[in-house]
Design a protein around this ligand. Structure first.
Ligand code: ADP
Ligand code: SF4
Length: 693
């Protein structure tokens, strides 16, 4: 395979101030949960992307001083000289692979939780945060000078650490944007009022940073060119600001949204198409001839090349696409297009990173495991027991991932056996839910990789029972039979079934019955009852509303789809459900279901009843573990047939996020030759040691 010449443009170098980007692939700043606290994790994580061909890799937001203490969130820090060494490791790794290293120096102003610092937050004006429980001190002139001096000092430390690109970061409504935006800035002195005055803080900060490091580092400004809400500025003012500041900036890193509207920047695929930000960021060229980097969950090299050729941006920025595939640029460069593991826009990496403390990814099981487990996304060592045959039962996300990694580890033969006519497990049908189409990439990428592996055979339409497994002829058996939704209403609020919940009845349905078996609710009024709090119940509600039903979404949780807050989907989702005419109610515990009626208690512990012709139960899933347990119960019979060991992975162990089911399958295969693969090997932890006392 060779590269399509249309993509050559992506491999041209780009000059940014005193530095040269080796190509047009740029990993924009993004959180990972490592900050300065886990410098070795940080270094290996960013270094892996540099190895994978990203021309620049950046830190997450990096606080310049203690009054931008982000705790309990995890940021990098360059507060003092003691922080320099931690981040220098990342620079060394980036440079070793020919990439530039960038640091997103920041001060969050009013949006600063300060759980460790404890003293007041500072901001242009004393206005309550629209995002956190904070009312700040209005900055005096001394505060302004001090913060600017801190910024310059942090930039000098950044240079010492080895960074090539130093940011004055204002996007996501942080301090420079708080000065620029009349929503946050009501000052009447020379820092408030006209655009020139509101821009003064950012311009002066750029000046002092440039003065401090300008000839040695490129200076980047990150700006949300339209807040798409009140908490920032609109595009016309952004263009005016860019004209004012252009002589001080080497690279414009542009996006949209704000702290409150981050959902519109790190847009989930359920609401935003690849490249959606171009509507706003595509206009920045009107105001500058300097290099521009933009984002928009871009994974298509055709689209990237088209953007560069059109002249609107010079550099293709990526956070999530670089997490899902750290080797995306290298694969484009070498024409290995069908190996690109495209981000699905699920945003599960966000709760994994911050506050989770260790980035993880649905598509890329190795994300965040580069240092602590030593996993490389593209390198797989031959297993010490590669002379064994492995049978993987169930071709859902966990089984597919496990079979791929076992194949790459050189096992003699891997058979992936699936009961249904198609592989994919839950991913056969989840992408058919409204807004989940891009999630099909989980299956599509794995299907292609399975086809490429000559030692892996996929057999469909074969449901194995215990006898079939025992006599199959494999020495190692991996059970990946997934999980199913409880049909009896078992739920987190009561830990009991719901009276009258029986999916053999016409008016009681499970998600699989609706989406796979085509069972239709009788009547017109349908209640979807949610005990999970993620995408399934709202997705079914939306689907049924689109099918013409009158839908009520009830949940025993205290909010609609609370996990969707963490994936930045919740507010948008609620609006979409509302627009579809779906009524929603949280805090409702269902106690009985009968034809035409559901009943229980509401959030005030008052009796609750509703007329309903049918109920769809999305209460909790239960592992399909019968086959595994039966096999384990007959170990002697297994041995007699030459089966050495049986493992289980994914939802068959416990129902979990797709990301975690895939991780589980990957983990077992990576450690298939460890002393006891059923248990994960310990991973490295970074523990701060007291400096010399
Ligand atoms: P996971 O997320 O853990 O991969 P899924 O529920 O998505 O789980 O997928 C499990 C897959 O296993 C489904 O495609 C299902 O049809 C398949 N499966 C379940 N039991 C058997 C069996 N006995 N033999 C073969 N395939 C099975
Ligand atoms: Fe993309 Fe989801 Fe991975 Fe995040 S977790 S990088 S959104 S695939």
């Amino acid at each position: 395979m060779s590269r399509d010449p249309r993509h050559d443009v992506l491999f041209e170098p780009v000059r940014i101030g005193p530095k040269t980007l080796p190509n047009r692939f740029y990993q924009v700043p993004h959180c990972v949960g490592f900050g300065s606290e886990k410098p070795l994790h940080q270094a290996r994580f960013r270094g892996m992307k540099a190895e994978g061909g990203w021309g620049a890799v950046c830190t997450e937001y990096c606080a310049i001083s203690p009054d931008s203490d982000e705790t309990p969130f995890i940021s990098a820090r360059l507060w003092d000289d003691g922080d320099v060494r931690a981040l220098s490791l990342m620079c060394e790794e980036a440079h070793a692979h020919g990439a530039l290293a960038g640091v997103e120096l920041h001060h969050s102003g009013v949006h600063c939780p300060r759980r460790q610092y404890r003293l007041p937050a500072i901001a242009p004006s004393q206005l309550a945060s629209d995002y956190l429980l904070v009312v700040p001190k209005a900055m005096e002139r001394e505060d302004i000078r001090r913060v600017q001096a801190d910024w310059a000092a942090a930039a000098v430390r950044a240079r010492e650490a080895g960074f090539d690109i130093v940011y004055v970061y204002g996007a996501h409504s942080y301090l420079p944007m708080q000065f620029l935006s009349p929503f946050y800035n009501k000052r009447t002195d020379e820092y408030g009022g006209s655009l020139e005055n509101r821009a003064r803080f950012w311009l002066e900060t750029l000046e002092v940073v440039r003065e401090a490091v300008g000839d040695d580092c490129a200076i980047a400004a990150r700006i949300a060119v339209d807040a798409l809400g009140p908490a920032g500025i609109e595009i016309h003012e952004a263009l005016d600001f860019i004209r004012l500041a252009d002589h001080l900036v080497d690279l414009w890193d542009v996006n949209v949204g704000s702290a409150l509207e981050w959902s519109k920047d790190s847009g989930a695929s359920s609401f935003f198409q690849e490249g959606w930000q171009l509507e706003w960021t595509g206009r920045v060229r009107e105001a500058t001839a300097k290099p521009i980097v933009g984002v928009g969950r871009l994974t298509s090299p055709d689209r990237m090349a088209e953007i560069v050729r059109s002249g609107v941006w010079d550099v293709i920025g990526a956070a999530r696409p670089s997490i899902a595939d750290p080797f995306l640029p290298r694969k484009v460069e070498e024409g290995r297009y069908d190996e690109i593991r495209e981000c699905i826009g699920c945003n599960v990496c966000i709760p994994k990173s911050d506050p989770g403390g260790n980035v993880g990814c649905t598509q890329n099981a190795t994300a965040g495991e580069e240092y602590r487990r030593g996993w490389h996304p593209e390198r797989f060592e031959r297993a010490a027991n590669a002379d064994r045959d492995v049978l993987v039962i169930g071709a859902g996300p966990a089984g597919m991932e496990c079979a791929i990694v076992l194949g790459k580890r050189g096992m003699r033969r891997v058979h992936l056996v699936e009961a249904e006519a198609e592989i994919g497990g839950i991913m056969r049908w989840v992408p058919r839910l409204p807004g989940r189409g891009e999630w099909a990439r989980v299956l599509n990428w794995r299907r292609i990789q399975l086809e490429k592996l000559r030692n892996v055979e996929v057999l469909t339409g074969l449901r194995l029972d215990a006898e079939g497994v025992r006599t199959y002829g494999a020495e190692i058996v991996v059970v990946a039979t997934g999980a199913s939704w409880a049909g009896n209403g078992l739920n987190s609020a009561t830990h009991e079934p719901i009276a009258g919940a029986d999916p053999s009845l016409p008016h009681v349905l499970t998600p699989e019955q609706v989406m796979v078996e085509g069972k239709r609710p009788p009547g017109r009024r349908v209640v979807v009852f949610d005990g999970e709090g993620y995408f399934m119940a709202p997705g079914l509600a939306e689907q049924l509303a689109a099918d013409g039903y009158e839908v009520e979404l009830l949940t025993c949780l205290d909010d609609i789809a609370p996990f969707c807050h963490e994936t930045l989907e919740q507010a948008l989702l609620k609006r979409r459900l509302h627009a579809a005419g779906i009524r929603m109610r949280a805090g409702v515990v269902l106690e009985s279901i009968s034809p035409g009626r559901v009943a229980g208690r509401d959030e005030f512990e008052e009796p609750f009843a509703l007329g309903a012709d049918a109920v769809v139960l999305v209460t909790q899933r239960l592992s399909n573990e019968a086959l595994y347990l039966e096999l384990k119960a007959g170990e002697e019979a297994l041995r007699a047939e030459g089966v050495e060991v049986v493992y289980r992975i994914g939802d068959c162990v416990a129902p979990q996020l797709i990301a975690d089911a895939i991780f589980d399958g990957h983990r077992l295969a990576r450690e298939i030759d460890s002393p006891n693969p059923a248990l994960p090997l310990p991973y490295l932890r970074e523990r701060p040691l007291a400096a010399a006392v």
